[in-house]
Design a protein around this ligand. Structure first.
Ligand code: FES
Length: 362
């Protein structure tokens, strides 16, 4: 695969799917921009509700009913065969099964009949739901979950009465020994959980492989990138060149993955972002600061990055500030520059931990 291939991790070129549309799916590899703004993305809206044949035609509904009954009948037949075969076929009987060879006849018949017994119920239920059960969306209003004052005071009274009848107040020895037993019983559970957590991560989670002078290379081709390759609208999936020396490639890649984009320099609203980039080319961690999914969509026109897991949205023009969703902090920016040969290199490691924002605590 050369660097312009179109398979996963390849580079999508003009005239191929994905080129020129506004939203770029980031699981389709690098995208070479046109150098200009893409066309506008149209909101497709919701599809219209389509009624099924059985909703409109009683004959179709009857037909579906018979099909469901036939599938349940197939299940009944399978189960009956299973019961008969269980008693009728000797355990040591064997038979030649085409494609398998000699096999234990009892096992084969019991397995196949049981499969039909289960399959008939499963497929019948699915077919029933898809053809005859209501498929309209409905809304159920939420009601307060709090019990009435009467029910609450009744519960307290029952508990108090139970405690009195169990003589807890009169028998302190039982009360305290029970408390001790239950309290101690929790310890083995806690010990197993705490003892199985493995070694402490120390600062391994807050550092990545990026260091000053590390060339930015395409992922997965590992080819360096010249600043001139990154035209307006481009998105490159990037790793540090030093990843080739890693002994824990997956772990290091999971922390060091970066997205490289080019914007018109005047579209960048934050001075620090402009300074940390190169002529409008900016690099940001690809790891979502919510719970660490890889960011999956780049909207070229608005310059928004979207994480598919819980829809956190980051604005690249505002230093990847969170503008929607549960993420609590911006994607960290990697400071970049170019080397003497015109290749993009890191100018410094990440200044903060990448990934979920809870790493910031403490
Ligand atoms: S992991 Fe990205 S929004 Fe939750």
């Amino acid at each position: 695969m050369n660097e312009h291939g179109t398979e996963h991790g390849g580079q999508v070129q003009p005239g191929t799917e994905g080129y020129g549309s506004s939203a770029v799916r980031l699981d389709q590899g690098h995208v070479q921009g046109t150098g200009g703004l893409p066309e506008r993305f149209e909101d497709p809206g919701f599809p219209p509700h389509i009624h099924r044949a059985a909703d409109l035609d009683e004959a179709a509904a009857k037909r579906a009913e018979k099909q469901v009954a036939a599938l349940f009948g197939l299940s009944i037949l399978g189960t009956l065969v299973f019961i008969v075969a269980y008693f009728a076929i000797p355990m040591d009987a064997s038979a030649y099964i085409p494609g398998i060879g000699d096999a234990n006849l009892s096992n084969v018949v019991l397995g196949v009949s049981l499969a039909f017994g289960l399959l008939g119920i499963g497929v019948g239920a699915v077919h029933w739901a898809k053809t005859l059960m209501p498929d309209e969306e409905v809304v159920e209003e939420r009601h307060p979950l709090r019990s009435s004052d009467e029910a609450r005071s009744g519960f307290v009274k029952t508990m108090m009465t139970g405690g009195t009848e169990a003589q807890l107040a009169r028998r302190p020895l039982i009360k305290y020994s029970l408390g001790g037993a239950l309290g101690l019983f929790a310890l083995p559970v806690v010990l197993q959980v705490v003892g199985s957590l493995g070694p402490l991560p120390k600062d391994g989670l807050s550092k990545t492989m990026w260091k000053k002078g590390d060339r930015l290379v395409r992922d997965p081709e590992h080819t360096p990138i010249r600043a001139t390759d990154v035209t307006i609208g481009s998105v490159f999936h990037v790793l540090p060149e030093s990843i080739k020396d890693s002994t824990h490639v997956l772990e290091d890649k999971a922390k060091a993955a970066v997205l490289l984009m080019r914007l018109e320099p005047e579209a960048i609203k934050v001075a620090k972002e402009r300074d940390w980039g190169h002529e409008g080319i900016v690099a940001y961690s690809k790891i979502c600061t919510h719970v660490g999914c890889p960011v999956g969509l780049y909207e070229q026109q608005t310059h928004h990055l979207l994480c598919p897991c819980h829809q956190s949205t980051f604005d690249v023009t505002q230093d990847c500030k969170v503008i929607f969703g549960p993420a609590k902090r911006p994607l960290p920016q990697l400071k970049i520059t170019v080397d003497a040969e015109g290749y993009l290199v890191a100018d410094a490691p990440f200044r903060e931990a990448v990934g979920p924002s809870f790493w910031e605590r403490g």
